[in-house]
Design a protein around this ligand. Structure first.
Ligand code: FES
Length: 254
C-alpha cells in the first residue's frame, strides 16, 4: 500500500562520476517493496526544484529500516540529491507502480543498460529465492559504466557487453552471443533505454519467449494526474506510473 514517509539521509556509495547509491533510514517500519516498484522523492534544500524525482528502488533492508535508490545525475534534482548531509530529511512516496511477475519461469535472462539495472537486485533476489536460474546481461558504453556486477554475481551469472570493447563482448547487448548460441531461457526481463528494450522485445518474439520491460518514461506526478508518462499499448494509451512501469512487451504498440 502506498505510503508518504519521511526518511533521514544515511549514506552514499559512489559508483562512478555520475552514478551513486543513496541510502535512507527511518525508525519506522518500511513498507513492502516489490521488484519493479519505484518511489517519488522530494529533493530537500532545493526550493528551485519543484517536482519530485521518480527513482527505482534498488534495495530494502527491513532489519535496518533502510531503503536504497540508484541515482544517475541527469539534472539539477539528481545532482542536489547527491549533496545531502547528516540530518537531512527526504520525503518519499512509495511503493509506486506495478512489479515484475516471477512465476512460471525456470531460466531467466535479465538485460539491462544504463540506469536500467536499478530494479535487478530486488528482481534477481526474488527469482533466486524461487529457485529460478538467472543470467544478467549488462550493456554499457565502456568498462567504467559497468556497475553493480559484484552484487549481481551473488545472484547469478553475469555477462557484459561494452561498445568500446573494454569489458566483455564488444558491441550492444543485442549483439551478445547469448542470443546466437542455443537459447535456453524461457523469460526475458529488460530495463534501459527504449531502443534497447524494443530490440530485446523483438528478439524475445523471435525466440518465442515471454518478455517484460520496465519503462523509464518521464514521470512528474507518479500517480496518474499529469499524463506526461503515457505509453501507447495495443489496448490504448496507458500511464506508465500507474499501469506500469512493467509491461509485457506483447502489450506495447512498439
Ligand atoms: Fe503523472 Fe504518470 S507521472 S500521470
Amino acid at each position: 500500500m502506498k505510503r508518504i514517509q519521511d526518511f533521514k539521509f544515511k549514506d552514499y556509495t559512489w559508483l562512478n562520476y555520475q552514478n551513486y547509491i543513496l541510502t535512507l533510514k527511518t525508525n519506522d517500519q518500511i513498507a513492502e517493496v516489490k521488484p519493479g516498484n519505484f518511489a517519488e522523492l522530494k529533493i530537500p534544500n532545493a526550493p528551485d526544484v519543484f517536482l519530485r524525482r521518480p527513482l527505482s528502488v534498488l534495495d530494502v533492508d527491513h532489519e535496518k529500516n533502510t531503503i536504497s535508490f540508484y541515482v544517475k545525475i541527469i539534472g539539477k534534482g539528481t545532482e542536489k540529491l547527491g549533496k545531502l548531509r547528516n540530518g537531512d530529511r527526504v520525503n518519499v512516496i512509495y511503493p509506486l507502480g506495478n512489479s515484475f511477475s516471477v512465476n512460471g519461469t525456470k531460466k531467466a535472462l535479465l538485460v539491462g543498460g544504463g540506469s536500467g539495472i536499478a530494479p535487478f537486485i530486488l528482481l534477481g533476489r526474488e527469482l533466486k529465492q524461487k529457485g529460478i536460474d538467472i543470467t544478467f546481461l549488462i550493456g554499457a558504453r565502456t568498462k567504467e559504466d559497468v556497475l553493480l556486477t559484484d552484487q549481481f554475481k551473488k545472484l547469478g551469472e553475469v555477462l557484459v557487453t561494452t561498445e568500446d570493447g573494454t569489458m566483455g563482448q564488444t558491441g550492444l547487448v543485442t549483439h551478445h552471443s547469448v542470443f546466437t548460441d542455443e537459447f535456453l531461457f524461457d523469460k526475458i526481463y529488460t530495463c534501459g533505454p527504449d531502443p534497447m528494450m524494443k530490440a530485446i522485445a523483438k528478439i524475445a518474439e523471435e525466440k518465442g519467449v515471454d518478455c517484460e520491460a520496465s519503462l523509464e518514461n518521464m514521470m512528474a506526478c507518479g500517480f496518474g494526474a499529469c499524463l506526461c508518462c503515457v505509453v501507447e499499448t495495443n489496448s490504448g494509451n496507458k500511464c506508465v506510473c500507474t499501469e506500469g512501469p512493467v509491461f509485457n512487451t506483447k502489450a506495447l504498440a512498439w
